[in-house]
Write a protein that binds this ligand. Structure first.
Ligand SMILES: [Zn+2]
Ligand SMILES: [Zn+2]
Length: 383
């Protein structure tokens, strides 16, 4: 079969039917990448963008496409000034230090500098950037691991994503970048979407899985790889002879890992699975019934304001308080007050006050003394 575009022999076969030659394929993917950014008009020209590199397949392709984009000389040029960061994930990646060095070498090949930061930096209120292209000492690992160990695995995975984006925003602030590129693919986003729903984060789906995460007032997270399929990434890596890090991950049993295998196994038999999930996600808007600017301390989502109507959450909370009282001293008014304001008896501590529903549920399952001091203080601070 010949290439759909130029009639040369078509060696790249997408979706089992579309044939392309290698040249038209790579040009097409690069065009698709710039089009996603251009179409959304998300970035004003010549902005500094923090590009987050994990070293994996999608990240390796992203790095190559950013280089191609900014190297173009015509009107198609990607008008951004990229900065690069790699967050060392020694929790999930068995070869974390090796991966960091692979990312440093990948960047060197394009003459880019990359800042390498341990995820454990999260436990400090401030992060000082290390020298570029070097792996810094990991000073906070013990405290970081103790915090993660205190959480059930499902909560830990959920919280981990918040840690990652909080740290990225922190690095972006330091490098004066108003935009961040992350390399999540549709497969990851589909799994995140379903995990979010099960964790009670329905209201945050749009920020967590769409192209644009606008949660932070000044720094926006964009996901320009979201429309590029695994099939396309694999062809791209092979044709351009790129070398992603081999990230062998630790096995764990959690809600997210179960959803992960469910989605990928379904995808094997029904190739439209992931794209259907993601298209559904794009249709979900954010229901914002308030003008509140109060943000969740942990995930930075906008908190719901208390309404006059009794919500399911408040009803559950109230039932719990009532069931904990002995019948003899039942005082309705007092119980109502406890349900709404006492965080010890609440099933949803600090909900809609300091924490969103999802984070409040997580908080109720963790040992809060292991949380970083600055988080602890922010949750318990008195208004
Ligand atoms: Zn062609
Ligand atoms: Zn939250």
């Amino acid at each position: 079969m010949n290439c759909k575009k130029c009639e040369s022999p078509g060696t790249v076969v997408l979706r089992q039917k579309d044939h392309y030659c290698e040249n038209c394929f790579t040009t097409g993917i690069n065009h698709k990448f710039r089009a996603i950014i251009g179409k959304n008009r998300a970035i004003p020209p010549n902005e500094q963008v923090l590009v987050c590199l994990s070293g994996g397949t999608s990240s390796t392709v992203l790095l190559d496409m950013v280089f191609n984009g900014i190297s173009m000389s015509n009107h198609k040029k990607l008008r951004i000034t990229p900065c690069f960061v790699h967050l060392i994930d020694s929790v999930h990646d068995k070869n974390a230090d090796k991966t960091a060095n692979i990312v440093i070498n990948q960047c060197k090949q394009y003459d880019f500098q990359v800042y390498v930061i341990h995820l454990s930096e999260y436990v400090q209120a401030h992060t000082n950037l290390p020298e570029a292209n070097s792996v810094p000492a990991n000073k906070n690992e013990e405290e970081f691991q103790a915090m993660l160990r205190s959480m059930p695995v499902t909560v830990r995975n959920d919280y981990f994503m918040k840690i990652r984006s909080n740290l990225l925003v922190r690095v972006a602030e330091q490098l004066q970048c108003n935009y961040i590129f992350t390399a999540e693919t549709t497969a990851t986003l589909a799994i995140n979407l379903l995990s979010n729903l099960t964790m009670g984060r329905g209201a945050q789906v749009q920020d967590d899985v769409s192209f644009y995460d606008g949660r932070n007032d000044s720094i926006k997270i964009l996901r320009p790889m979201k429309d590029i399929s695994k099939e396309e990434l694999d062809y791209y890596i092979k044709i351009k002879n790129l070398h992603p890090a081999d990230q062998s991950t630790f096995q764990q049993n959690s809600l997210q890992s179960v959803i992960g295998s469910f989605v990928t196994e379904l995808q094997d038999s029904f190739p439209a699975t992931i794209s259907t999930i993601c298209k559904t996600a794009d249709k979900i808007g954010t229901y914002n019934n308030n003008q509140s600017n109060e943000k969740c301390v942990l995930c930075k989502s906008i908190l719901r304001t208390k309404s006059t109507k009794l919500t399911a959450l408040e009803a559950t909370n109230f039932s719990r308080v009532v069931s904990l009282q002995s019948p003899s001293n039942a005082d309705f008014k007092k119980m109502e007050h406890q349900a709404n304001y006492s965080n010890e008896k609440s099933m949803f501590p600090y909900v809609n006050d300091r924490l969103c529903y999802g984070c409040s549920r997580n908080y109720s399952e963790i040992d809060d003394s292991t949380l970083p001091r600055f988080i602890h203080d922010a949750i318990q601070s008195i208004t």
